[in-house]
Design a protein. Structure first.
Length: 220
């Protein structure tokens, strides 16, 4: 049986479109559009650590700044996924959090909500994908409700321990129970598209290449 690290290594070698096609082929949901990469460059992939933000009193226990528990529990094979759907304009991620996450080697952050201090994240070259940007602090506006609980990004339910890949096309989540067969399908699709590209570059008419295979490649 493959380990989480092996799944993450394989996921890094494909792209969001191949994974989205694999989900289509398997009749699974997971693609989220409209979460652009605000800082960093290139694709990120990893196993998900979730953070849910909201309003009201902070949970019992010693006070902690939002997302710090997730950062301290993460590493290079992790992506932090934050839900901030309160409707309040307040940063769900910020510059010092990017400093801390980069120091831990965390692959990146996906925020269903606003991020702030984005120039600092850009200077760090730390990948942040976020629904919007703001300068407004979370202090006095929102609190962390829990780490590693179910969250929702776009219209996709995300559980801690699921997998995610993100690039400039989209953010795509894969349930932990489905990662093996999704990767198998995505790798086959990517390989077939690679072969088709070779034929096109070798001079074969693109119409014959794509009509002969592309339209039906999700069925086989």
């Amino acid at each position: 049986m493959s380990s989480a690290a092996e799944f993450v290594a394989r996921l890094r070698k494909v792209d969001c479109c191949a994974v989205a096609d694999a989900l289509d082929r398997l009749n699974l949901k997971g693609v989220v559009s409209g979460l652009p990469q605000r800082s960093g460059t290139g694709r990120i992939a990893g196993k998900v650590i979730t953070v849910k933000l909201g309003t009201g009193p902070a949970p019992d226990g010693p006070p902690r700044h939002l997302c710090t528990t997730a950062i301290e529990s993460g590493g290079p094979d992790n992506v932090i996924v934050v839900e901030q759907r309160t409707g309040i304009e307040a940063g769900s991620w910020g510059g010092l959090l990017s400093v801390g996450a980069k120091a831990r080697g965390i692959a990146g952050v996906i925020a269903e909500g606003p991020a702030r201090d984005i120039d600092q994240s850009r200077e760090l070259q730390f990948p942040v994908f976020a629904r919007s940007l703001t300068a407004l602090t979370a202090r006095g506006r929102i609190v962390e409700q829990a780490t590693n609980v179910a969250v929702r990004v776009g219209d996709v339910n995300v559980a801690p321990g699921d997998y995610v890949i993100a690039d400039r096309s989209a953010v795509v989540f894969i349930a932990a129970a489905e990662i093996g067969r999704v990767l198998d399908a995505a790798e086959r699709i990517a390989a077939r598209e690679g072969e088709m590209a070779k034929h096109i570059l070798a001079g074969q008419p693109i119409g014959s290449v794509m009509a002969g295979d592309y339209e039906h490649m999700l069925k086989g």
